[in-house]
Write a protein that binds this ligand. Structure first.
Ligand code: FNR
Length: 183
């Protein structure tokens, strides 16, 4: 069965390493896992006053995309030992209206990415902390802390073979996780 995965990239940067990692995951995914990046750059900052009968069109479009997905892959850089504000905003937008969160009941997984040695551990775990509140089942293992990422890419090309092998294991495991939680 084909499963549709919404990939959320926490960086808005044109040459984002996190986006490259997301792209690698998309390329390595098994064929029955259809993965597509859902952009977060045009979401207005969440304001509860906007939660009327006619919320901003960008909110509705984003919630629809998330709601239709069978699972979510979060790929995030680390900003100040946490998630970037743009990603937090996308989580907040998708979490409302209360009781009807687009994210609810979806299986998910987290990949944190950094040019530094710690692989975005802080961002990874701050994100992990939000997920029970959204009633999302986050794949516990394997964990993905992609450190020293600059050395692993030559332009868009993933050149580190052990990283490629790990990404393959990770995305195959995620496919299994999504299948286990499929409705
Ligand atoms: C960073 N960076 C960073 N890196 C890290 O490992 N831990 C951190 O806490 C931070 N904090 C941080 C804050 C802010 C505001 C910026 C702009 C950057 C560096 C960051 O990992 C680096 O810029 C990455 O290249 C960002 O990811 P993308 O855009 O390449 O995906």
């Amino acid at each position: 069965t084909t499963r549709h995965i919404a990939v959320i990239v926490g960086s808005l940067r044109k040459d984002s390493f996190t986006r490259k990692v997301a792209q690698s995951m998309i390329e390595l995914a098994p064929t029955d896992l259809q993965m597509e990046i859902v952009e977060i750059r045009d979401l207005p900052l969440y304001n509860q006053d906007d939660e009327t009968d006619t919320p901003p069109a960008a909110f509705t479009a984003f919630r629809d995309r998330i709601g239709q997905a069978d699972g979510i892959l979060f790929c995030t850089p680390e900003y100040n030992r946490s998630v970037p504000g743009a990603l937090k905003n996308a989580i907040d937008v998708g979490s409302r209206p209360y009781g009807n969160a687009a994210y609810a009941d979806k299986p998910c997984a987290i990949v944190s990415v950094s040019p530094g040695a710690l692989g975005g551990f802080g961002a990874n775990h701050h994100l992990r902390q939000m997920l029970p509140f959204l009633n999302m089942s986050c794949m516990p293992a394997p964990e993905a802390y992609v450190g020293n990422v600059a050395a692993k890419y030559d332009g868009e090309r993933l050149v580190d073979e052990s990283t490629r092998a790990f990404f393959q294991t990770f995305i195959d495991s995620f496919a299994g996780w999504v299948e286990r939680h499929a409705k």
